[in-house]
Design a protein around this ligand. Sequence first.
Ligand code: DHB
Ligand code: FE
Length: 281
Amino acid sequence: MAKIVGAITTSHVPAIGRAIFRNLHNEPYWKPFFEAYTPVHRWLQHTRPDVAVVFYNDHGLNFFLDKMPTFSIGAAPSYGTADEGWGLPALQPFTGDQDLSWHLIEQLIEQDFDLTTCQEMLVDHAVTLPMALLWPEQNWPVRIVPICINTVQFPLPSARRCYALGKAVGRSIRNWNSQARVAVIGTGGLSHQLDGERAGFINKDFDLRFMDSLTQDPRWATQFNSNQLVEQAGTQGVELLMWLAARAALGEGEVRCVHRNYHIPISNTASGLMVMEPTAD
Ligand code: DHB
Ligand code: FE
């Protein structure tokens, strides 16, 4: 059966792509941000995942406001990128893992999660930038299965529901008849608000409490409804739902925090990074 080697959660701010593209890694603004990924590269070399299941939120590249699935999953042989208007170069497409995609689709629908199945899917900066941060050579040594959670158009799925989805995804990966080593990635957050009266809003206390909760009390964030999450983390800070789903995929047992970083700000965002491993196999 497949094995989940751990979960990586990271922000996905578009400015990161510009910094990569312009090679700004050692500039004072960027150095503390990029340096935090070095231990993650070592962890990836050591754990050698074959597949990454990526919880992310599309920002209008693949889904627009006219048709907005709450949960969707890729079942494509490969996932292309495209110009989103940030001036970022389009990256090499990512190879999919259709066997795992269809296994997850069957298992999740059986477990009452009605995901929209996408046999074609473009992935935006919420997938491309975390991939480029984790594998800076951009050689993509993992196959991917993207799972998209709507955080763009209200009503949003509750934190409780995203936790349950993540848990079901984890359970389904673990019963996938494969020798693959699987990493689960959650991208987005942490606190940020890009527009409106509170543009620029960041809530460090809440972010740090949330990061602590992922190892100490993973259901902590499920006490908040969507409006409360917006209040605490900002309108786009609700992207922390991806972190919650990725953590939940590790199951209810104890997890070890292998690495963590919190850095304010990157663009308008409190950027966060965590690597967690299940302690029991
Ligand atoms: C920013 C952050 C995001 O998560 C995003 O999707 C777009 C922009 C920002 O801070 O600039
Ligand atoms: Fe975002």
